[in-house]
Design a protein around this ligand. Structure first.
Ligand code: KIV
Ligand code: ZN
Length: 505
């Protein structure tokens, strides 16, 4: 059975605290969503601002394959704004729970019902496709909800949506009211589940199992408070888990990771590392037992293949590592230590882990170099001099001195800030020598306060498309960024050189 994916990243997703998108950013995200294969894009809420209106217009004019929808309260002016934006499909809503009626809308149930009917009739009279949502449906009196759905269906609604506005439903209850809605309207039913109790995807699946044909979702599960059902989790669960029926979507799952990264960078909300499907750790393995299993057969500890969602698996060594994991990681660099050497490397890695240290590839390789007494495994790039000037009225400027395989190089450059200037100066040197350029830069603060530690994660790429990332933690943002960059460069250069030399074979 085909499930319709209604993406609301640009509407409910944009309601995430702290997120605001320009019209061009909205268009950029809509392009990605369309390429991903969503069936409908809720482009925004046209009445709220001029920029929102402009963004929706851009999306309406882009000739996407996906249907474009916009949100409207059950007010004529909202629906007129949707028409002005160029929309042919509206999602109109009014709250139906007593708590919303009494404290927010100050309307009786009958008054709310009358407004719902009037809005649906008005939308239809303008030739629009109308999807009707009973906001806070899951806390609405069940008989009244049925009545509302029945009457808006009679008024001409094309689709009915059941919003679990505060994530209050259980999978069992949403299944019951979905059955009610189908019985009362015989229309296609959507579900719009929020994640306040971490049940958004489970609730959406439960509704789908009893006949809902569409789910409202967002990329990375962003949205009000704890967010909405996440598109990537729902789509992969429908495709890969065991159900009585077979479910399909139009999503090109290979684009899921890329889309998640794109949205995360534009909205400025990081994806938690342990997030299903798109989190950094979703296909990473550290423990010896798991690494051993995955190396024998990935299905032992991976329910789906990472390639299916546009990702690759990775291994990391640490205190839980085993000999198989260490060997596999070194094998990537063409290094084959003896059994005894592998055990010694492992011992040192575990010691670092016990001290709370995260062991990067570079550190693993330098430990391996010491154990195997191999010159080639040492760091190739050393930072030997560094200064940066910043302030008001003049552009930040950096001077960097690197020693690469025994030769000194000097790089200077400007930037929009001291970090940018330093990284530009490093890239001036390494861009020529190793064709390494920065692909991704992420700065996090650990705990609060002006003396907080910062964590910089950097991803670098060489001319052959090899990627490496490195992380550094410190007190000074500029120095920590420079250290992460140098680590990343070391990592990628070692990978390339050692692969070429095929050391240890
Ligand atoms: O969560 C919700 O109830 C909504 C409505 C606008 C449908 O987002
Ligand atoms: Zn919502």
């Amino acid at each position: 059975m085909k499930i319709r994916i209604f993406d609301t990243t640009l509407r409910d997703g944009e309601q995430t605290p702290g997120v605001a998108l320009t019209p061009e950013q909205k268009l950029g995200i809509a392009e990605k969503l369309d390429a991903l294969g969503v069936d409908a894009i809720e482009a925004g809420f046209p009445i709220i601002s001029d920029g929102e209106m402009q963004g929706i217009k851009l999306i309406c004019n882009a000739n996407f394959r996906a249907e474009i929808c916009g949100l409207a309260r059950t007010d004529k002016k909202d629906i007129d704004a949707a028409v002005t934006a160029g929309l042919k499909y509206i999602h109109t809503f009014i709250a139906t729970s007593d708590i919303h009626l009494k404290y927010k809308l100050k309307l009786t149930r009958d008054q709310a019902l009358a407004k719902a009917i009037e809005a649906v009739e008005y939308g239809k009279s303008l030739g629009l496709q109308v999807e009707f949502s009973a906001e806070d449906a899951t806390r609405t009196d069940r008989e009244f909800l049925k009545k509302v759905f029945k009457e808006v269906a009679n008024a001409g609604a094309d689709r009915i949506d059941i919003p679990d506005t505060v994530g209050y439903s259980t999978p069992g209850y949403i299944a019951e009211i979905t059955k009610d809605a189908i019985e009362a309207t015989h229309l296609p039913i959507s579900v719009h589940c929020h994640n306040d109790f971490g049940l958004a995807v489970a609730n959406a699946i439960s509704a789908i199992q009893v006949g809902a044909q569409c789910a409202h979702v967002t990329i990375n599960g962003i949205g009000e408070r704890a967010g909405n059902a996440s598109l990537e989790e729902l789509v992969m669960a429908l495709q890969c888990l065991q159900f009585d029926k077979k479910y399909e979507t139009n999503i090109n799952t290979k684009l899921l990771y890329e889309t998640s990264r794109y949205v995360s960078s534009i909205v400025g909300i990081h994806v938690q590392p342990n997030k299903a499907i798109v989190g950094e750790n979703a296909f990473g393995h550290e423990s010896g037992i798991h690494t051993h299993g995955v190396l024998s057969n990935p299905l032992t500890y991976e329910p789906i293949s990472p390639e299916l969602v546009g990702r690759t698996r990775w291994f990391q060594v640490g205190k839980h590592a085993g000999a198989h994991g260490v060997s596999a990681m070194l094998e990537e660099y063409g290094i084959q230590p003896t059994r005894e050497q592998t055990h010694e490397i492992l011992e040192r890695v575990k010691k670092l882990g016990d001290q709370g240290k995260h062991v990067t590839d570079v550190e693993l390789l330098s430990i391996t170099g010491e154990v195997m007494q191999t010159q080639g495994l040492k760091r190739l790039v050393h930072l030997t001099g560094f200064s940066v000037s910043t302030g008001m009225g003049n552009m930040p400027y950096a001077f960097v001195k690197l020693n690469i395989e025994g030769k000194d190089f000097i790089g200077t450059d400007y930037g929009v800030g001291p970090v940018d200037a330093s990284i530009n100066a490093i890239q001036k040197i390494t861009g020529e020598i190793a064709k390494v350029r920065i692909k991704d830069y992420k700065l996090d603060s650990i705990a609060g306060g002006s003396d907080a530690l910062c964590e910089v994660t950097i991803k670098v790429e060489d001319a052959y498309g090899n990627l490496a990332s490195a992380k550094s933690v410190g007190e000074d943002i500029v120095i920590t960024s420079v250290q992460a960059m140098i680590d990343g460069i070391n990592r990628i250069m070692l990978k390339k050189i050692l692969k070429q030399k095929n050391l240890g074979k």
